[in-house]
Design a protein around this ligand. Structure first.
Ligand SMILES: O=c1ccn([C@@H]2O[C@H](COP(=O)(O)O)[C@@H](O)[C@H]2O)c(=O)[nH]1
Length: 275
């Protein structure tokens, strides 16, 4: 299996940067005429996958909206993950896992092992315990051609104080995470270990340069509902734009089940033109 970075680069080139966030918010389930139940979340997720296939290359199921339904929600998520991967979509499980190394290894096994019920192509992870704590999922990703996205500068305003704090090395926390992740990638091809940078943040404010992001994939949430515009993608990420996965959840899902395909096609075209 080719590594995640190569697969992602091919998808970005063929389909453009748009990623459909599969966020089964209760208000969206109601709007789509579905119950706020595991069956409703399952149907929502499968309909989102069906609309995404052929229109975008990447989907990002938000695990929390399945987890809130307990074990039946996880069963629904397993079906959605499998359907997405069978449709040829790259799947980023947004689970934001992190812990000491010996525990985070188990998270890696759950989401990155081929044949696991929760198998995804990539996983979002948290480096609050140090990028080095992620060594085991990193090794698993390398072994199985999977990817990781490490939170660096998140889209929510509450994160600014923590992520712009200056480390003893003199870089911000966000820039330090970017540098440590970038150091994991050799060669000029897009790496398999990337970062999460919100589209709502100004890179300068975090001491992050577009150049430092050029060889690593960047998962960028914050478009749509959180205020960033897809048409600004190139301005926001500059020379790193080619490796950006632009996530939109509510901003597209609000179109409803009937309007989803058209909303996706329009957003995909807008994102492609802006990259
Ligand atoms: O910094 C971050 C990291 C993750 N997210 C997640 O992305 C989506 C955004 O959904 P929208 O509906 O398009 O706002 C959601 O799953 C978040 O948990 C983020 O927003 N910011």
């Amino acid at each position: 299996m080719p590594d995640f970075g190569s697969r992602l680069a091919a998808v970005l080139s063929d389909r453009g940067p748009l990623c459909l966030g599969i966020d089964a918010h209760p208000f969206l389930l109601a709007q789509w005429g579905l119950d706020d139940s595991p069956a409703g979340a399952r149907e929502f997720g499968l309909a989102a996958v069906e609309a995404a296939a052929g229109r975008v290359g990447v989907v990002k199921p938000q695990v929390a909206f399945f987890e809130r339904h307990g074990s039946a929600g996880y069963s629904a998520l397993e079906d959605v993950l499998a359907a997405a991967r069978e449709s040829g979509l790259l799947v980023i499980a947004d689970a934001k896992r992190g812990d000491i190394g010996s525990t985070v290894e188990a998270y890696g096994q759950a989401w990155l092992t081929p044949g696991s019920p929760l198998e995804a192509d990539a996983l979002t992870v948290v480096a609050y315990q140090g990028v080095g704590s992620l060594g085991e999922p990193l090794a698993l990703a390398r072994e199985h051609g999977k990817g990781l996205f490490v939170l660096a500068a998140t889209s929510n305003p509450e994160a600014v104080a923590t992520q712009t704090a200056v480390r003893s090395s003199g870089t911000t926390v966000a820039a330090g995470v970017v540098d440590e992740v970038a150091a994991l990638t050799r060669g000029s091809a897009l790496g398999s270990i990337g970062v999460v940078i919100g589209a709502t943040v100004a890179l300068d404010d975090y001491g992050v340069s577009p150049e430092s992001l050029e060889r690593i994939p960047v998962l960028a949430p914050g478009f749509g509902e959180q205020g960033a515009r897809l048409s600004d993608l190139g301005r926001l990420f500059g020379s790193a734009s080619g490796g950006v996965v632009a996530n939109v959840g509510r901003g597209i899902l609000r179109a409803g089940r009937a309007g989803l395909a058209d909303a996706l096609s329009a957003a995909a075209a807008e994102a492609r033109a802006a990259a």
